[in-house]
Design a protein around this ligand. Structure first.
Ligand code: F6R
Length: 237
């Protein structure tokens, strides 16, 4: 794993953005894996600014998002589809038909999502945030992790962390559909954003030598091409 420790959140997003920019200049029709949450917001601002300046071109890019709440209608303001449309897709020159977010209806076929990724040649560069409990996507800590895209129950700590995105009295859905560990690990390259002192315990788990289902992010140590962009607060605690 390669670590890039930055002074603050803005520098971290700038540096990560430069990696995406360099990647797309090499492969303009690349397949990106994307995340929601607060970690990527600065990076998505960078993409929007670069697109406006004509310095990044998403016209041939395909994207696959990690996860979505279940049950969740696509047009619901708390859906990850809505989040992506609002925070990124409407601000860059991407073809909406090439943006994929797992569907939050219980009837969906999860294996179909993995097949769609494979059909597009697999994910070239996967963006990840990391939960306080070490989850990636919504692969929550436990005795057992799941390989493919699947429906999962969210951990109580994830529900309380995500409550900040919901209004008062609004219930955070307690299930989600998420890419599985093998789906994520089969990306050719992975870029992780970790910011804030509260993520220091996860940074420690990534810095030591252990790999454990109780901190799913530690599986990233088994991947040959992972870069972690981290701010000083997260790194030093
Ligand atoms: C989001 C996702 C999650 C988040 C993680 C960190 O699509 O898959 O794993 O990346 O919960 O969230 P933030 O960035 O809000 O701290």
């Amino acid at each position: 794993m390669k670590w890039i420790v930055c002074q603050g959140y803005e520098t971290m997003c700038q540096k990560a953005g430069e990696q995406f920019k360099a990647f797309l200049s090499q492969k303009p029709d690349g397949v990106l894996g994307l995340a929601t949450g607060s970690s990527p917001l600065g990076l998505y601002d960078y993409f929007a600014r670069q697109t406006a300046a004509g310095a990044m071109d998403f016209s041939r890019v395909t994207t696959f998002n990690l996860d979505e709440y279940v049950p969740m209608a696509e047009d619901h303001p708390q859906s990850y589809r809505y989040f992506m449309d609002h925070n990124l897709f409407s601000r860059i020159n991407i073809d909406p038909g090439n943006t994929f977010v797992p569907k939050g209806e219980e009837t969906l076929s999860c294996s179909e999502y993995d097949q769609m990724i494979r059909k597009r040649g697999g994910i070239d560069l996967q963006l990840l945030g990391v939960g306080h409990n070490g989850h990636i996507g919504f692969n929550e800590p436990g005795e057992r992790l799941i390989a493919g895209t699947h429906i999962t129950k969210l951990a109580p700590s994830t529900l309380s962390a995500n409550a900040r995105f919901f209004g008062e009295g609004e219930r955070v859905p307690d299930k989600a559909v998420t890419m599985g560990m093998a789906t994520i690990m089969s990306a050719k390259e992975i870029l992780v954003l970790i910011g804030g002192r509260d993520k220091h315990p996860v940074v420690n788990a990534l810095l030591d030598d252990g790999v454990t289902t109780h901190c799913p992010a530690t599986f990233l140590k088994l991947h040959p091409r992972v870069t972690i962009y981290c701010d000083k607060e997260a790194y030093e605690g």
